[in-house]
Design a protein around this ligand. Structure first.
Ligand code: AMP
Length: 274
């Protein structure tokens, strides 16, 4: 596996790869969820590129940019073993020179839910993804369903700006107790870790209530009762899969989405309704 630290080096390495080329963007601290994305890409593409970049633009001041888990050697070894051909691993100063001043904003779809909790987050995600797509030029872009709103935001970005890539969404990989794998799970104390799977349980409760004919408000109340008292629910909702606007009744395609706080850690999760 070739590791490229500059745009020029990445372009030269990517140019000679066979097509179709799959691309898996990550922030590192890789787990089985990231590797599922790589394996899916390898099954469907002639070659796969990944990126490892903890994007400062998508962290607000006071968020966990500095303490975000980093282990480059372990990540490099995992990606290599998986069969990734090129890893783009730029320094922040390489992607964002001091006079970098462009921002990509997808509008309303990035303002609710995660966008409300983290107002500059999706602008940072859309901006870095525009840069990465312009460097990598993939045929297929692989994203995890785990970050449901991000998939909706990036689908919109790819369509609106006519990036010549197709978006593939890969199902969420979970721990045996249902907790969605996340690089941030390492922040949880043992008590918080024990409480964490109740987010998934709440989403399942909400979905079965909706399938039984309940409204989103009724289903939300039943779901709240399942959440561990140690956790603070930020939202539980039913949204249209494309627009991410709330729905009062089940109408596919949709997501049941949830976020909760456990101590200093925010957890998000969702269920896809096809
Ligand atoms: P991150 O490194 O957190 O930015 O995630 C990189 C990619 O991996 C994103 O497309 C995520 O949605 C995806 N991802 C993160 N966690 C999981 C998971 N548990 N299962 C599947 N994909 C995931």
């Amino acid at each position: 596996m070739l590791v490229a630290r500059t745009v020029e080096h990445a372009r030269a390495a990517l140019e000679v790869l066979p097509r179709p080329l799959g691309f898996v963007p990550t922030m590192g601290a890789l787990h089985a969820g990231h590797l599922r994305l790589c394996r899916t890409a390898l099954d469907e593409c002639a070659a796969v590129a990944a990126s490892l970049f903890v994007n400062p633009l998508q962290f607000a001041p006071g968020e966990d940019l500095e303490r975000y888990p980093r282990d480059f050697e372990a990540d490099r070894a995992r990606l290599e073993e998986c069969g990734v051909a090129v890893l783009f691993h730029p320094e922040a100063a390489t992607l964002y020179p001091p006079d970098f001043s462009t921002a990509v904003d997808v509008g309303e779809i990035g303002r609710s839910y995660e966008g409300a909790a983290r107002p500059t987050h999706f602008r940072g995600v859309a901006t870095v993804m525009s840069v990465l797509l312009n460097v990598v030029h993939p045929d297929l872009l692989y994203l995890g369903q785990k970050d449901a709103q991000q998939t909706a935001v990036l689908r919109r970005l790819v369509r609106d700006l006519a990036f010549p890539a197709r978006v593939r969404i890969v199902p969420t990989v979970r721990e045996p107790d249902g907790l969605a794998l996340s690089s941030r799970n390492v922040y949880l104390s043992p008590q918080e870790r024990a409480a964490a799977p109740t987010l998934y349980a709440a989403l399942q409760t909400m979905l079965s209530a909706l399938q039984g004919g309940a409204s989103a408000s009724e289903a939300r109340e039943r779901a709240r009762a399942v959440v561990d008292p140690l956790a603070t629910v930020e939202y539980l909702d039913l949204v249209d899969a494309q627009s991410f606007t709330p729905l009062e009744r089940l109408r596919a395609p949709a997501f049941v989405i949830g976020a909760m706080r456990l101590g200093a850690t925010r957890l998000i999760d969702n269920l896809w309704i096809a």
